[in-house]
Design a protein around this ligand. Structure first.
Ligand code: SF4
Length: 424
């Protein structure tokens, strides 16, 4: 059993190793306490610290703990656990392969645990859609067509990195200076990355390809790993495997309950909203006219934190020129119920560019996205701070609603909205 598989258990080859070398998982969970303990630690550390803990010294135990951890996640059957666990596994993998790729070839051959970038691309069928290039750089003033410049230009000599140009030649990924990714591959990989720089509008797309530096390619690979790990979770667990794991699953449930992370998915606590969304919500409740980008932002935000179309539409009723049919249609469109795309709220950079970023506080300095702000505030909150708005007095009469004040449309115009995969 290769140490590489223990280090990267999401690899297809690792899965095959488990399938061929393991008697059966029911026997493992019944008889190998070290595997169960490491699996338990894997999941709990993912919840508590966003990583998977120290690897077990025995590669076999370490490798087998991965499928057992997936069983535990499936037994608990909470979406937030699936997300947190997959994110932690992917984050750990990213740290490991970043270190592997930086280590010398000599060390890799000694340790036999290193992963080549070419292997990683092949693992996710990206060899054809990611092109590796080397650039024989020469000094230049640089006209700035690197990632994120937004120039959208490309020249025959190509731009390597800011300040250098040179002749570009195709090369193997492990010796490449930079990469080009087919846009159809890029979009899903970048879909859950919140920072604006990942948006297609901020990429110098050329001939259907997005140029990326190596660090960014590695982050996109982390996303591919996260997708793979999340894929298929939770699954139905046979009782022969589940029964011996009940105690470990209870431990995970207890940690989850104490962290109370389930609330983050579907919790509406306006006091914890980011300042920008508080301000927009306040304007909606006062029946004030909002420009379409602002209506889009607050509608997408409310939808993302769990509000239904009915609940969102009700908010807009205070507007004197409220049109239910159109508001409902546009809200459903943003939610992806009448469109192929579920739209995400805009990032902080987009909010700033539209003038919707207001009243910034300290936390704003540390996050790239209003959703990240809210998630953090909810995570940090005590239970008594978390009364869901919808569970209080449903018809709050102290919320400044004033049916007579408005003179505007109250509709959620989606004409300038951007799909989630372009926002994040
Ligand atoms: S920094 Fe981001 S979260 Fe904070 S107010 Fe601005 S847009 Fe909102």
């Amino acid at each position: 059993m290769q140490r590489l598989h223990a280090r990267y258990p999401f690899l297809e080859a690792a899965r095959e190793t488990v399938a061929t070398e393991t008697v059966d998982l029911a026997t493992v969970v019944e008889q190998e306490r070290a595997v169960v303990e490491r699996a338990r630690q894997r999941v709990i550390t993912a919840l508590e610290d966003g990583e998977i803990g120290e690897p077990h010294r025995d590669p076999r135990t370490e490798l087998l703990s991965y499928p057992v951890a997936r069983v535990l996640v499936s037994m608990v059957e909470e979406r937030v656990l699936v997300r947190r666990y997959a994110r932690a596994e992917a984050e750990t993998a990213h740290e490991r392969f970043t270190a592997d790729l930086e280590s010398t070839t000599e060390l890799k051959s000694v340790e036999s645990t290193g992963l080549e970038l070419a292997e990683l691309l092949a693992e996710f069928d990206l060899e054809e859609t990611v092109t590796a290039e080397s650039v024989s750089a020469s000094a230049s003033t640089g006209t700035g067509a690197g990632p994120g410049s937004g120039s959208g230009t490309s020249t025959g000599t190509n731009t390597a990195t800011a300040g250098t140009t040179g002749t570009t030649t195709a090369t193997d990924p492990d010796n490449a200076d930079r990469f080009r990714i087919d846009v159809g591959t890029y979009i899903p990989l970048a879909a859950d990355l919140w920072d604006d720089k990942w948006g297609l509008v901020n990429q110098p797309l050329t001939d259907g390809e997005v140029p990326v530096e190596k660090d960014d390619l590695l982050l996109l690979l982390r996303e591919a790993i996260r997708d793979r790990i999340e894929d298929g979770l939770p699954f139905e667990v046979p009782t022969t495997i589940g029964d011996p794991l009940e105690d470990a699953a209870d431990d995970v449930r207890e940690v989850l309950a104490n962290l109370d992370l389930t609330r983050e998915i579907d919790t509406v606590v306006p006091e914890l909203f980011p300042p920008c969304m508080k301000s927009l919500l306040d304007q909606v409740q006062k029946g004030e006219h909002l420009p379409h980008h602002s209506r889009f932002a607050i509608t997408a935000f409310l939808s993302s934190i769990g509000m239904t179309t009915d609940e969102i539409v009700d908010l807009y009723r205070v507007n004197s020129s409220f049109g239910e049919e159109m508001t409902r249609y546009q809200t459903d469109h943003i939610r992806g119920e009448t469109s192929p795309t579920e739209y995400s709220p805009p990032s902080c950079a987009t909010m700033q560019s539209y003038g919707d970023c207001v009243n910034k506080d300290d936390l704003c300095e540390r996050i790239p996205h209003p959703m990240a702000y809210y998630e953090q505030r909810v995570d940090d909150a005590d239970d008594d701070e978390l009364e869901d708005w919808r569970e209080g007095d449903s018809d709050d009469d102290d919320d400044d609603s004033d049916d007579t004040e408005s003179d505007s449309s109250g509709e959620t115009d989606t004409s300038s909205d951007t799909p989630a995969n372009e926002q994040e």
